[in-house]
Design a protein around this ligand. Structure first.
Ligand code: DAH
Length: 342
């Protein structure tokens, strides 16, 4: 077969292949077949050796022109294929805005968060500012400055996690009181929510739990101010008809110290399972800031007085929502948590 005929056949085949090619993958195969080193056109070029020397230049030209034409066809095909593929991709990616959405299950606030937010809203309504102290404290802030020096028996009230000789996980948000009083002169009115840690673990205790601390220091603050504020707080969180009562208690950093009960919001005070028949429920500890604590923070106890209070957020949540096992508040079981959806 003479060269011209071969050229014609190759060109026809290339044209046919171009018309049949459907993807850029088959285009690559075609390029190798026609234009590759071992491809059809290259092998024709290799045949030059058998052609008389005087014919070589013109044949060379013809073959180069052939290569160029085939290359051009393939280039055209390539851009056409790319365009088609892009179109296909776009149409596949098209978003159907009328399709029904995939509904994600709604989350719900954790009961602890609900109570914390409610407490913050009640107390900030009364003019309290939020202060958040560190969870890792040193002995001074957590104990000594709160009138609980080493060997003080009240240290046994709280089983402490020590990180080092002088470093511990705070056992009470009361530690924040000192940080505030050291940095701010009265009038002081702060609320300090946060996590606290104690080596304690049963149905009503957890090694980590949350507290909310309050501190008010100013001229002329008395226990009556504390009582008035507690009455307001109890009504807002447990209901309009709820009353408070103070019972004498002991905390090293307050004098006098009180335990605060609210009248049972379940039975109205008649006595039921929630209040264990007493008509009252204990909700928090409080008292007048001990003068030694004020002195330690360079606040003159003859000029200023104050009250402090501290409550367990989990305890309030358990009371308010009728939760009987504290563990439920730490397990993260969504079957339990989703019941608190508004
Ligand atoms: N810190 C106490 C505790 O964890 C709670 C407490 C009691 C805080 C009396 C106070 C207070 O501020 O005045 O048991």
């Amino acid at each position: 077969m003479d060269v011209n005929e071969k050229i014609k056949i190759i060109e026809e085949q290339a044209e046919k292949a171009v018309n049949e090619a459907e993807s850029s993958k088959s285009l690559l195969e075609l390029k190798t077949r026609f234009l590759g080193k071992a491809g059809e056109i290259s092998s024709l070029m290799k045949n030059m050796r058998d052609v008389p020397p005087e014919e070589r230049p013109s044949l060379g030209k013809i073959l180069n022109a052939l290569r160029q034409r085939v290359e051009e066809r393939f280039d055209m095909l390539e851009s056409k294929l790319k365009e088609l593929e892009l179109k296909k991709k776009y149409s596949e990616e098209k978003i159907d805005v009328t399709a029904p959405g995939l509904a994600k299950p709604d989350g719900a606030y954790h009961p602890n968060t609900l109570i914390r937010n409610e407490l913050i809203s009640i107390f900030s309504g009364m003019g309290f500012e939020i202060f958040e102290g560190p969870e890792i404290e040193n002995d001074y802030y957590n104990f000594t400055a709160l009138n609980t020096p080493k060997d003080h028996p009240a240290r046994d009230m709280q089983d402490t996690f020590y990180l080092a000789e002088d470093l511990l996980l705070r056992t009470q948000t009361s530690a924040g009181q000192i940080r505030v009083m050291e940095n701010k002169k009265p009038p002081i009115k702060i609320l300090s929510p946060g996590k606290v840690y104690r080596s304690d673990d049963d149905a009503t205790h957890s090694p980590m739990f949350s507290q909310m601390e309050g501190l008010v220091v100013d001229k002329g603050i008395t226990l009556c101010d504390l009582k008035g504020m507690l009455d307001e707080f109890a009504k807002k969180i447990f209901g309009e008809n709820v009353k408070t009562r103070l019972r004498p208690s002991y905390f090293p950093f307050t004098e006098p110290s009180v335990e605060v009960d609210v009248s049972c919001f379940e039975c109205g005070g008649k006595g039921c399972r929630l209040c264990k028949g007493t008509g009252w429920i204990e909700v928090l500890g409080a008292g007048m800031v001990n003068r030694r604590v004020l002195e330690g923070c360079n606040i003159d106890p003859d000029e200023y007085t104050g009250f402090a209070f501290g409550m367990g957020i989990e305890r309030i949540a358990m009371l308010k929502y009728g939760i009987n096992n504290m563990k439920l508040l730490f397990e993260g079981d969504t079957r339990f948590l989703k019941q608190f959806k508004d």
